[in-house]
Design a binder for this molecule. Structure first.
Ligand SMILES: CCNC(=O)c1c(-c2ccccc2)csc1NC(=O)CNCCc1c[nH]c2ccccc12
Length: 325
């Protein structure tokens, strides 16, 4: 089987939500190549935390996995936890007849407040799924064997709907050729080695170990690369108050170039002029921030929305394919 689902951007492209049928109920989920749990707001989530969200009702067709629990926390100190059911999950026509659906019994404030977001659909490797006592497979790993090709592609766009395709590569969605790089799976991420970064034809240094992460909004780069980039924007400062680099909204923000697999790819400066940093709208928050405390580079939506990316498990060695949109 194969299929395609729309990826609809939230305000400022903070995240992208896709309609998914979970036990016959449609929920808008954030597809996340940086985690491996499919968790949803549910009728088990306290009403004080689930107001405004679509909820999964396991009573309809879910089969409880008794004694199974899950508990996930993310680097931004958000998180959720709950119990586990097996149910039918359909994404763009691709059907998992018995997928582990992790029903939330508790969610953090950040998720509570984002009422467009009804949960996450993890697309990282199942080795980092949090279900206990027995780890569960991601939607992709559940259906992988039934797909025309064991791959999915990600085509996020700036300010408009993109797509996640499962089982095929739509060559109308990218320009030029796809450049493939090997993936290191030991941390459970789609992790690879990126190369040199430049802006205004000046070297910013090497990016190195990086993950392709649709669940993270921004790009978190090595501190040296980040400071060299912002040195080229007059008025840019690293503001503790704002939580990162900000600059005057009318500044000239240079394009960011990164080499992957020997090919150069460009993130337009306008994507890096990310959002107003304050109510005056005078200072804007940068789409590139330092990866302090993370240990690797995160190439999140700000990067991915300039690219067409193939998440490929067609061979025993997973790989990532990158092409310009
Ligand atoms: C900021 C979110 N990203 C992370 O925490 C993260 C980190 C990470 C680790 C330490 C410090 C900062 C970040 C490594 S890989 C990685 N990636 C993921 O964890 C991918 N899943 C993010 C899900 C997620 C977290 N907060 C949200 C708020 C809205 C929608 C989705 C989310």
């Amino acid at each position: 089987q194969s299929g395609s689902v729309a990826a609809n951007p939230e305000q400022y492209d903070e995240s992208y939500l896709c309609p998914v049928q979970v036990g016959g109920q449609t929920l808008n989920l954030d597809f996340d190549t940086g985690s491996a749990d499919l968790w949803v707001f549910s009728t088990l989530t306290p009403a004080t935390q689930s107001t405004g969200h679509a909820k999964y009702n396991p009573k309809t067709s879910g089969k409880a996995k008794s004694g199974y629990t899950w508990n996930i926390s993310y680097g931004d100190n958000s998180g959720a936890s709950g119990t586990v059911y097996a149910d039918k999950v359909v994404v763009g026509g691709v059907t998992a007849t018995s997928q582990a659906v992790e029903a939330a019994t508790s969610v953090s404030t950040q998720f509570m407040q984002d009422t467009d977001n009804d949960g996450l659909l993890g697309l990282a490797f199942s080795t980092i799924n949090t279900v206990q006592p027995q780890q569960q497979t991601t939607f992709f790993d559940t259906v992988k064997g039934t797909l025309a090709k064991k791959l999915f592609t990600v085509d996020l766009k700036a300010g408009t709907a993109g797509t996640y395709d499962f089982g095929y590569i739509d060559s109308s969605k990218y320009a030029g050729t796809i450049t493939y790089v090997p993936v290191k799976t030991t941390n459970g991420f789609w992790e690879f080695t990126a190369g040199a970064a430049t802006a205004n034809n000046r070297s910013l240094g090497s990016v190195g170990d990086a993950i392709a992460d649709t669940g993270t909004t921004l790009m978190y780069l090595p501190t040296a690369v980040t400071s060299a980039y912002y040195a080229q924007i007059s008025g840019a400062t690293n503001s503790a108050a704002a939580g990162g680099y900000i600059f005057p909204c009318d500044a000239d923000v240079p394009d960011f170039h990164i080499t992957i697999g020997g090919k150069s790819f460009t993130v337009p400066g306008e994507y890096i002029n990310f959002t107003p940093a304050d109510n005056s709208g005078e200072q804007c928050f940068g789409g590139i921030q330092p990866n302090t405390g993370i240990g690797f580079t995160i190439l999140g939506d700000v990067f991915l929305k300039a690219m067409f990316v193939v998440f490929d498990q067609t061979t025993s060695a997973p790989r990532l394919g990158f092409a310009a949109q």
